[in-house]
Write a protein that binds this ligand. Structure first.
Ligand SMILES: [Zn+2]
Length: 183
């Protein structure tokens, strides 16, 4: 998954330049990016992101982790993607897994919901059981298959999802520390 982050600068309703303005909200006065002309507010709510621990049913139940071409270093992580309008999260994660790996998803099981405040995202993490031959999308540089007892977790949203899934399967998660990525 990749997305360029743009700044919100103009009102999408009337094209006036937005400003940091205070308004009385349910919790009292609050400064947010608002439109001085029509009072439109940029709420900046977190974006839902779908993530998958992909279990390859036809590869001894090994777990697929992939490395995004945009990431520095050799970081392998879950398959992720933005939820789209008009789909359920289960359909969305099956679509993302198919688009990014060419694997067909047979089952989806919710692992949990995780915050990722650094990116202003809310991660909805699934364990998916998938099958087929792996063919990566151009977004992904390479993938690795791990036995569940061998996979390492990382200290960020999707890494905690993987750790929770491992714990539920009776594997005590091992964490790797990523230099320069404290979150
Ligand atoms: Zn406006």
């Amino acid at each position: 998954m990749s997305a360029t982050r743009h700044e919100m600068r103009f009102c999408p309703n009337c094209a006036t330049a937005l400003a940091q303005l205070s308004e009385i909200e349910d919790g009292g006065p609050k400064v947010r990016l608002r439109c001085p002309a029509c009072r439109w507010t940029h709420w900046n709510n977190p974006t839902p992101v779908l993530a998958a621990v992909v279990e390859c049913a036809d590869k001894e139940g090994r777990i697929l982790l992939a490395r995004n071409t945009a990431w520095p270093g050799r970081m392998f992580a879950l398959i992720t993607g933005f939820m789209e309008a008009g789909e359920t999260p289960q359909d969305g994660i099956a679509r993302e897994v198919l688009e990014e790996t060419a694997l067909t998803v047979d089952e989806t099981h919710l692992i949990g919901v995780y915050d990722f405040q650094r990116m202003n995202q809310l991660i909805v993490a699934y364990h998916v059981v998938a099958r087929g031959e792996v063919s990566l999308s151009p977004e992904l540089a390479e993938y690795k298959l791990y036995a569940p007892g061998e996979v390492k977790c990382w200290r960020a949203g999707t890494g905690y999802a993987l750790a929770d899934w491992l714990r539920a399967r009776g594997h005590e998660p091992q964490f790797i520390e990523l230099p320069g990525r404290a979150s």
